[in-house]
Ligand binder design. Structure first.
Ligand code: FBP
Length: 262
């Protein structure tokens, strides 16, 4: 198995995934602010920015668009479910690792809803995906999102630290977690993840400074980067925020310096 840092998903040991599975997870509402973001070609073009180490998409988008963009590092998001589903949190496995590898995936992603009544089945599905990824020498990113009947407060640092620990215990290379509210909270999360890299999930659109300050806190806490969707593709100038993220994540710049550089 290749060390994670030798895979295309890493740049100097850091990670910046552009997440673009929102058409499935949230639906057209996420594209309303910037209508061209509904067009996968627009987002594939954005993903050619040098700061982006991988683009996370679902199967159908990969099949339809990836062949034209083989300079983009493809992260196959293996499971996913629409917002139309109203049951206990769960996520359908939409493609196998073997098929994702045939399509050209460089990495795989998988959501686990710890605390859901479906956690056991999801963990068993994750086992199959993780072991398949090892066979194909592909890094594994876990979207580790505690939610459902077993979870009272999914923003508490202790809950998010547990999510990161689940990613380590189950064999993910990267744990993608929600921001626990502070640098101190993130330090706890990173500590629990051990060698599994921790990246922050971008969240709903925030103003530039507030967003970059969160990213700075993640990096200062020992995090490895970010997986971001709306905070990039819901901006009129996605390249500008990617320029700033490149400074903060890969060049260790302050938020002021990153904002001044643009
Ligand atoms: P954002 O940066 O837009 O928050 O995207 C990250 C992500 O994990 C996406 O991959 C996914 O579509 C979405 O958030 C799921 O968010 P939630 O389940 O919290 O609504």
């Amino acid at each position: 198995m290749r060390p994670f840092d030798d895979t295309p998903l890493a740049r100097d040991g850091k990670v910046l995934i552009l997440a673009y599975d929102h058409g499935l997870e949230h639906g057209p509402v996420d594209f309303e602010d910037v209508p061209e973001s509904a067009n996968p070609e627009h987002v594939f073009d954005v993903a050619t920015h040098p700061a982006v180490t991988g683009l996370a998409v679902q199967k159908g988008v990969a099949e339809a668009y990836y062949p034209e963009y083989d300079d983009v590092t493809l992260l196959a998001k293996l499971n996913g479910t629409s917002n139309l589903w109203t049951g206990e949190p769960d996520s359908a496995v939409n493609w196998s690792v073997g098929y994702a590898a045939d399509v050209g995936a460089d990495a795989v992603g998988f959501t686990l809803y710890g605390g859901s009544n479906h956690e056991v089945e999801m963990a068993e599905e994750f086992r199959e995906a993780q072991e398949g990824a090892r066979e194909h020498d592909l890094p594994v990113v876990m979207w580790s999102y505690p939610r459902g009947q077993g979870v009272k407060n999914d923003t508490k640092p202790g809950v998010i630290a547990y999510a990161a620990r689940q990613a380590l215990e189950l064999g993910a290379d990267v744990a993608k977690v929600k921001y626990p509210g502070s640098r101190a909270g993130m330090e706890e999360v990173v500590e629990m993840a051990g060698p599994t890299k921790v990246i922050m999930s971008g969240g709903s659109k925030a103003d530039d400074r507030a967003f970059l300050e969160r990213v700075r806190a993640v990096m200062d806490a020992g995090g490895a980067g970010l997986a971001v969707g709306r905070n990039v593709f819901q901006r009129d100038d996605p390249e500008a925020i990617l320029d700033a993220l490149e400074q903060v994540i890969f060049e260790d710049a302050s938020v002021d310096a990153a904002l001044a550089e643009r």
